[in-house]
Design a protein around this ligand. Structure first.
Ligand code: NAD
Length: 318
């Protein structure tokens, strides 16, 4: 990988809805020189590669190939979206079991081929549990095995809060921490708009909204995936852009703060579980998960989120 990212290569493992949307976003982004598509359904990977490469005349030069996991031999980043979604009425534990079984096959094979400095990004759900499975199975440094975590949820939070306040989401700094799922925590205490904390920004705002608006925004962030899946069966566009943002931070060694899921090493007293905190992301993956001053109720909820994830890990025998 060069300093500015020229020549960077990425392998996408699983090219269903999320994998193909992400490949499209990355192709259009001009970050990479090669995108390799791998799927248990080899014909599907070939078809996706053909469909994408036919757009070459309209984007910066990039090679797109389909093949098997030996393509990881020249990878800087590997994204795993292989696996399936939760079925109605199914528990997260059932989904974890099936997708963890897929990881038992994939991760050793990725390790066999990929250079030790390559970064693995897990997207498959439940993403925190699967990131933990990958980190345990992989021989690479745990900082190089990360999950997309709440990167998407933080983006939803920024969008909804920005919309509510009439401010561009790019001027809203807001993080969702903990599990990517039902126990996630909107970190209101860290939120700022245009450099001002909410308790400074809100009194100067003519909207005069009440505290209940916060509860509604947090609920809408938490339930966004359910709402989309109920309407169209899956989510893939926004997560594809979130993944492109993470890949960019890695390839360009940006030290960007993103809420990726990473193995906890004592932050807020949490250990041996993967979850999201604002984290410095650079060429080495999740360089450092930040222990920022959350409020006491937020810390309490974060600890509950960690406990829920640990329960699933225990039930999986991890
Ligand atoms: P999909 O069914 O469209 O695609 C999954 C792909 O994985 C399929 O093409 C399938 O052939 C492939 N696959 C299965 N086993 C494989 C194996 N052993 N090796 C290689 N490929 C294999 O599903 P999707 O909508 O793309 O979702 C994929 C995963 O991403 C799901 O678990 C979903 O819940 C998750 N997801 C996560 C987020 C997030 O924010 N973390 C957001 C959206 C979806």
């Amino acid at each position: 990988m060069t300093a500015r990212g020229e020549g960077a290569r990425l392998v996408m493992v699983g090219v269903g809805l999320v994998g193909s949307a992400t490949a499209f976003a990355l192709m259009e982004g001009g970050l990479l020189s090669e995108i390799c598509l791998v799927d248990i359904d080899r014909r599907k990977a070939e078809g996706q590669a053909m469909d994408l490469i036919h757009g070459s005349a309209f984007v910066p030069p990039v090679s797109i190939v389909a093949g098997d996991l030996s393509l990881c031999e020249r990878a800087d980043v590997i994204i795993i979206s292989a696996g399936r979604n939760q079925k109605p009425g199914e528990t997260r534990l059932d989904l974890s079991r099936d997708n963890a079984a897929i990881f038992q096959d994939i991760i050793p094979e990725i390790d066999r081929w990929a250079p030790p400095e390559a970064v693995i990004i897990v997207v498959t759900n439940p993403v925190d549990v699967l990131t933990y499975v990958a980190a345990r199975l992989s021989k690479r440094d745990p900082s190089r095995v990360i999950g997309s975590g709440t990167t998407l949820d933080s983006a939803r939070f920024r969008y909804l809060l920005g919309k509510h306040c009439g401010v561009d989401p790019r001027n809203v700094h807001a993080y969702v921490v903990g599990e990517h799922g039902d126990t996630e925590v909107a970190a209101w205490s860290l939120t700022n708009i245009a450099g001002a904390r909410l308790d400074e920004f809100c009194p100067a705002c003519p909207r005069g909204c009440k505290g209940t608006d916060r509860l509604k925004i947090e609920k809408d962030v938490r339930e966004a995936a359910y709402e989309i899946i109920e309407r169209k069966g899956a989510t893939y566009w926004a997560v594809a852009l979130a993944l492109r943002r993470i890949v960019q931070a890695i390839i360009r060694d940006e030290n960007s703060v993103l809420t990726v899921s990473t193995l906890m090493t004592g932050q807020y007293g949490i250990e041996d579980v993967c979850l999201s905190l604002p984290c410095i992301v650079n060429r080495s993956g999740a360089f450092r998960a930040l222990e920022l001053p959350l409020s006491s109720p937020e810390i309490e909820r974060l600890l509950k989120s960690a406990a829920v994830l640990r329960d699933i890990q225990r039930d999986l025998g991890l």
